[in-house]
Design a binder for this molecule. Structure first.
Ligand code: CP3
Length: 341
């Protein structure tokens, strides 16, 4: 019924600006924490389709967003390729095994989506049934470079210097692994679409640590492969921190370019070849008072203008944000963007 975000992603004029939040399904909601504490942890929650569907729909009911995003993680791809992960409370992901050498490449495989990731596909089917057309469902995957980072380092890092080191010391090996990730990701996204995902987003969360030269050699070609292969639904590329890559992403086959809060909107419009833009309120703006959030949201909307915009934060919502502030953000987008037309 509400297909605003799909029409906006195709570049059509809409009655108002659609809005959703990256990481909307998760720890900001007490209702999410309740479901999560009913199982052993994050990984089990992802792997239980009924519960994954339930927490996917929570923000649609509780916050009023214009899209759901399937509850899962970008790290299911390394797992499906043969590197299981754990989610360590307060610390984040941890992979007991990592990829360090060409010998390690022999131990992993291109994901067999139906058998290795069937639980995500099942969750998508259930979610679509339960959403019953209320809002579109976004599927997603990590960009190959960001997934490469976790497969090499095995956990989060401020610099991902071990992953970057591979680009300098063993480019051929790096390309081999990046290609395996890309092949897995294309098959995975196509299966998500077949299961019911109405649009997809590629998260390149660590893009900003690469030099422009490395981004064009090791990141962009694989994003292009994915965007060229997915022709069924609108595609968003969010490359956090990669302000230097906006022009290249604008030339790619994606529909929407995600902006973080450091990226200037007017400059991004000039660089991105008429594409739809998504973003880009500073997630920390939601720590302000209701009046502050409303004001900051209006300033953001004025910068983007009424067309070719999907409202969002400039990165995922932080876990300690008050859901009431998120509602102020969402309601301000809905009311103010209608008046802008
Ligand atoms: O609401 C949604 O956006 C859907 C679900 C979703 C999750 N992770 C659930 C999650 C999505 C789209 C992601 C993407 C993701 N995962 C990214 C890209 C987006 C970004 O933030 O840059 C990255 C880098 C990851 C890897 C990851 N997953 C990390 C580093 C962590 C730990 C730190 C953190 O942010 O929580 C996770 C855990 C994770 N993924 C949680 C959730 C709800 C929290 C786990 C919990 O409930 O304990």
């Amino acid at each position: 019924m509400n297909d605003l975000i799909l029409r906006a992603a195709r570049g059509e004029k809409t009655e108002r600006t659609p809005v959703w939040l990256m990481r909307q399904a998760g720890r900001i909601l007490p209702e999410y924490r309740a479901v999560r504490s009913s199982v052993s942890g994050f990984v089990e929650l992802c792997q239980t389709p009924e519960l994954a569907a339930e927490v996917t729909i929570q923000p649609v009911d509780l916050l009023g967003v214009d899209a759901a995003i399937i509850f899962s993680d970008i790290l299911v791809i390394p797992e499906a390729m043969g590197l299981p992960y754990e989610m360590v409370e307060k610390r984040g992901p941890f992979f007991p095994n990592t990829i360090q050498s060409e010998a390690d490449l022999q131990k992993i495989r291109v994901a067999d989506v139906q058998s290795d990731l069937g639980y995500v596909l099942e969750a998508i089917k259930l979610t679509k049934k339960e959403l019953n057309g209320r809002v579109p469902l976004i599927g997603f995957a990590g960009a190959p470079f960001t997934i490469f980072c976790y497969m090499i380092e095995g956990q989060g890092s401020k610099t991902f210097s071990k992953a970057k080191k591979m680009f300098y010391t063993n480019p051929e090996f790096s390309h081999q692994l990046l290609q395996m990730i890309t092949d897995s990701t294309i098959a995975y996204l196509k299966a998500q679409i077949q299961a019911g995902a109405d649009m997809i987003q590629i998260f390149d969360s660590w893009a900003g640590i690469l030099s422009p030269e490395q981004y064009s050699a090791f990141a962009m070609p694989y994003i292009n492969q994915i965007c060229d292969a997915i022709t069924e639904v609108p595609k968003t590329v969010f490359a956090k921190g990669a302000y230097f890559a906006r022009e290249a992403i604008g030339r790619s086959n994606c529909n929407t370019v995600g902006l973080d809060w450091n990226m200037d909107v007017a400059e991004s419009r000039m660089l991105t070849n008429g594409k739809v833009l998504q973003g880009n309120l500073d997630p920390c703006a939601l720590y302000g008072s209701n009046a502050d959030v409303e004001k900051a949201t209006k300033v953001m909307l004025d910068k983007f203008g009424p067309d070719k915009h999907i409202a969002n934060l400039g990165h995922g919502v932080y876990p300690d944000i008050d859901p009431e502030k998120v509602k102020v953000f969402i309601n301000t987008v809905k009311e103010y963007s209608e008046k802008m037309r």
